[in-house]
Design a protein around this ligand. Sequence first.
Ligand SMILES: *Cc1c(COP(=O)(O)O)cnc(C)c1O
Length: 670
Amino acid sequence: MNLEFLAPYFLGPYGENNDIFEKVLMELLRDHIYWRRNIHPEDLPSISTFASQEPEYQEAVAKMRAELHKLTASLKQSVPFFSPRYIGHMCSDLMMPGLIAQMVTTLYNPNNVSFEAATVTVDLELKVGKQFAQMFGFNTDEASVPCAWGHLTSGGTVANYESLWNFRAAKYYPIALAEAAKKLAIELPESKVLQSKLTEASVWKLTNLSIDKVLELKAETEDSIKAVDDQLLPSFLEYVEQERIETLGSAYFLTRHIGLKQPLVLVPSSAHYSWQKAMRVMGFGSDQLIKIPVHSNMRLDINALKTVLDSALSKNIPILSCVGVLGTTEFGTIDPTHEIIRLRNEYRAEGLEFYTHIDAAWGGYLASMFRQEDGTEVSHESIKEKFSYFPSEEVYQSIISIKEVDSVTIDPHKLGYLPFGAGGFISRNQEISQLLTQEAPYVFEDNDVTSHPASQQFEKLGQYILEGSKPGSMAAAAYVTHQVLPLNQNNFGRVIRQSIKTAEYFYDKLLELKERLKDRATLCLPYTPDTNLICIAINPLGNQSLANLNTFTKQVYNKLKISRDSSPRNQEFIGSSTHLLRKNVSDHHAKELCQMLGINADYYVKKVKDSSTDSDRIMLLRHTIMNPWLVSDNDGTDYVTKYCKYLEELITNNINNEFNTAMIRKAQAV
Ligand SMILES: *Cc1c(COP(=O)(O)O)cnc(C)c1O
């Protein structure tokens, strides 16, 4: 495949771009030194030129150098993510523009907690937020409402926490409004949003309003109060703060409102474990995280979601959020955003409101292939032309529908090819930030917060997000990358396209391997990949025991995994593994999988009875196809082909070892 277009953007597995990397870095480093000298050129050096002649100085420098050399020597045991022999986790060679931007910006050490500590990079961070919002199709024109905003986090985990933190603020705000209105004890007109008096609305009604309606209700109520008496507003807002769940704590808040039950958060069973953590961090309790089963394609089962929604509606259980995953961590599959939105609208009409979040930590950048340079969507036909399989109708609809959800998580340190430390959170309606700030708006000098451009409203970034001090260097890295390669199909989208094309090639090669192995082992793809993550299951021919399959796969995987006993440099290839838990697949899918693999379906169980045959999981080899150089062909074979050959060798050798021969013979006898 032609990879020329990628050449300028990476340091390269061989350090091919070392000259340009060094040159630019050196230039910018010197440039930084001049900057220091030119802040106040009249200031004399603080460190005297004689200092370096002191023995103590020399000792300290020697120590520093020794330790730094020790560090880099030990770092040689690092995982070689840049190498096309690495197809394990969600990391690869890094993009040079971002890498250099991050390294250089670190010298200036901006703190993106606020403008005062980051006069340049806070603005860049907010611009990156807009770039993401535009890629997903949200409105970013300040003149119309709702307008999206976004910012960076340390990673996808914190962005996921932030979605629940935002949602809780909106979900319970109307109750606080109603309580505050009762305390104020003045006659308010009927609310247009509620079509009843605020103080007479039921708890159920108040906790089932969309985010936009909550904000409307807030504005409407404040206007009504101002109309009665301008002077009342500050004390009203203080009452509201006193009555909020964030002030009272969940336990006390719930006991004060009879009939209000604990809220549920719905995720697919394939969701990242950060959702479990998020429920604990938020104090909702992980029991309130409901895992919706997935279909045989490892996507959220929309009928199962419907069942949960029906049950919640009939029992008056509030649902805080339904989360869809765009690119699951284990399987790379894509939940049907469009179907989630359809159900959201259906249940909204029935009076059950839930907020929608898309966890696109892994797959978020795929959206760059769906956006044209002028900001419009690319048609399904036109995307399909460039691939053999991608994207299915479902995947296309799902990605195109992201613009309808309330918020999105995206990880620049995954498919954005940036160094670790960069996640992102994007919110469809920036006005939700009014519910997040610690201080009530009336303490600001200028009451009319919304009349500021977003860049000024959000310049005290730390007020609106979970984190405090945070590196401006990550914002610089993301910004520069997106300037060099804008988030549309002809720029960043091209890089992502290559990764999907490579994954398709990998998929085809696996089918060839399956054919080559068929008289020795069954190689099976347990689901059709939606993106660039591909898992396989392997069973030696004749074996019916799932326990044996897992032992066998583990033996193969031991040659592919990073461990403390061997140096990464001694490994031919580095992969990763995952499991298909029985409890996460339907009965039908479980049977199907066993049939494909030649395993006795009775051995794939939720609870293990006989550990010599049973298991509650199927072990899979997992491959992340994001390295740009996997199909580079410099000696006649690309790395995908090399890997498939290597895997064939591992599987064959493993079948032939004594232990397994015995195991298989025994299994055949059963
Ligand atoms: C990676 C990932 C996360 C967590 O992101 P971190 O950056 O590791 O904190 C969350 N959700 C999904 C789907 C992921 O792939």
